[in-house]
Design a protein around this ligand. Structure first.
Ligand code: XIL
Length: 504
């Protein structure tokens, strides 16, 4: 792109300063019949009110006050990668930077996303390691921080570039074997680094009774399509992976490094893609958001602020999209500084808010489902029904210990919580006893001050005090000993929940 183009684009942005945008917002509010709730003035407060986290990638040398003021989630930008903390035998070393970040997050009431355990890049001493060594590292890293890490990126960037829909042809994925030659790695006899790494991670989480959720993270997977309306085969491949390994995978990260690459643009079907993953029962996160301030090559929006607004809105409109993380604080300190893709200018602790910041804050303040979703037809996945994966050597325990007696008929339920100041996400696992069930309901009593703001994979009666959840059409039937999950989000604090399950 020419510098001339950049200049013109900059002018377009400066011509609509934040103050004017806010004034326009104010005029709309005056016309509405109900008095508007006071707008929150930080990203974290506005996000918490809407029931999601708003995070930032951080480094120990940049823990300025803005980190805890504006954000309630933190991802170590580099300090938890294998090249920092892994030894060649899967042990840990040099964890002081990571420790500093986890401590900072904890003292500022921020969630932590661990980033990342299995990755072809920045592998350091683990480069070329066997699955057994990767498993050792996975255990050591998860156990070091335990439930202080709310989400771990277990596998990062497993899929190839250029919209092929294939796994990378690079270590660690070169360890994969397609035993029956059917073109996938999902069969019992296949070897799959993704499956085996998640199985190991799940075992560690369950053995330690941790609340940590396990995520798969990738880029160019954000839309159902890429530029020109071509199906996004990389997103489809990720969808297949999550669907096949759903029992081990709790969450999906869309990196969302949006730029001029035809596969990296913001498409109008972003929300529909978030929704189809959500429909699998996983949480979805926007994990590494930055947006090139000049997307003139693909003209997907009217400027960076509007593009940020689109992405935030797409997440807000899907209940299971529970968090957004920007990949750094300011443009000049970003990994892609030439794209000026973040929410602040300035540096070294002195930052100025951009139009994009005000757009994000404004959109968060509108809350969930405040605007209709873009008109995209419902998605029918083009993939065939899956067979559950079988691991012949190391089957992980499938259910955590129930908190209610597990009779031979009926059901039991357990709850795991991820909390931040002023909010929480609860995941409830319903398990059928020794007989199949055809419907269920779960009753919970929330502590005073806690209110449910949204629910997925269940119907709900009530939002505070005693709240009743029941199955939706597609998850009422549970086979003997099997489980299904639903979730809800709320404001306030929700400790000590004791779910009571009743089978229909
Ligand atoms: C980047 C960091 O921001 C840089 O500082 C580092 O030099 C390279 O890695 N996808 C990821 C992140 O999952 O870990 C990458 O972070 C950006 C792309």
């Amino acid at each position: 792109m020419t510098s001339d183009l950049r200049q013109r684009h900059k002018f377009a942005r400066i011509a609509v300063p934040a103050a004017v945008l806010l004034l326009v917002g104010g005029a709309v509010t005056v016309q509405s019949s109900a008095p508007a709730a006071a707008a929150e003035t930080t990203l974290r407060a506005a996000a918490a009110k809407a029931g999601l986290f708003f995070g930032v990638a951080a480094s120990p040398n940049r823990l300025y006050s803005i980190v805890g003021q504006e954000f309630n989630q933190l991802t170590p930008e580099n300090d938890m990668k294998p090249d920092r903390i892994a030894t060649s035998s899967g042990g840990l070393q040099n964890t002081s930077g990571a420790d500093t970040l986890v401590n900072h997050a904890q003292s500022n009431n921020m969630l932590v996303r661990g980033h990342t355990l299995v990755w072809h890049s920045q592998a350091g001493a683990l480069q070329g390691a066997s699955q057994a060594t990767l498993n050792t590292f996975i255990g050591n890293a998860i156990n070091r921080w335990g439930s202080r890490i709310a989400y771990w990126d277990v596998v990062n960037e497993a899929l190839e570039d250029n919209n092929t829909g294939r796994r990378r042809n690079q270590w660690p994925h070169t360890m994969n074997r397609d035993a029956n030659g059917d073109g996938d790695y999902f069969d019992a006899g296949d070897t799959d680094v993704i499956r085996d790494s998640f199985i190991r991670a799940k075992q560690v989480v369950q053995a330690g009774g941790l609340t940590t959720k396990l995520c798969i993270n990738d880029y160019d997977v954000e839309g159902l399509t890429v530029q020109g309306g071509t199906p996004n085969r990389k997103a489809d491949a990720l969808y297949d992976i999550v669907r096949n390994y759903r029992q081990y995978i709790d969450c999906v990260g869309f990196q969302a490094h949006f730029n001029d690459n035809p596969n990296s643009i913001i498409t109008d079907d972003l929300q529909a893609n978030i929704q189809r993953f959500a429909d699998l029962g996983v949480e979805v996160h926007i994990t590494e958001l930055d947006i090139d301030d000049d997307l003139s090559n693909n003209d997907i929006g009217t400027g960076q602020a509007e593009n940020y607004r689109k992405v935030v809105r797409a997440c807000l409109n899907v209940a299971q999209c529970t968090g957004i993380t920007v990949w750094g604080i300011s443009d000049s300190e970003s990994w892609r500084s030439s794209e000026r893709g973040l929410l602040f200018t300035g540096g070294n602790g002195s930052y100025q808010k951009k139009s994009a910041y005000h757009a994000v804050l404004d959109e968060l303040n509108k809350g969930r489902n405040s605007t209709p979703p873009p008109s995209t037809p419902p998605v029918t996945p083009s993939v065939s029904p899956s067979t559950p994966p079988v691991n012949p050597t190391t089957p992980p325990p499938t259910t955590p210990p129930p908190t209610t007696p597990n009779p031979t008929t009926g059901c039991s339920a357990t709850v795991s919580l991820n909390s931040w100041t002023g909010g929480f996400v609860a995941t409830v696992r319903v398990t059928a006893a020794a007989a199949p069930i055809s419907g269920w309901s779960v009753q919970l009593t929330l502590p005073s001050g806690a209110t449910v703001t949204n629910t997925w994979n269940a119907n709900r009666t009530g939002s505070s005090g005693t709240v009743q959840f029941s199955n939706v059409s597609y998850n009422g039937s549970v086979s003997a000993g099997q489980s299904t999950e639903f979730g809800f989000q709320g404001v306030g604090t929700a400790t000590g929940l004791t779910p009571v399950c009743t089978a229909a």
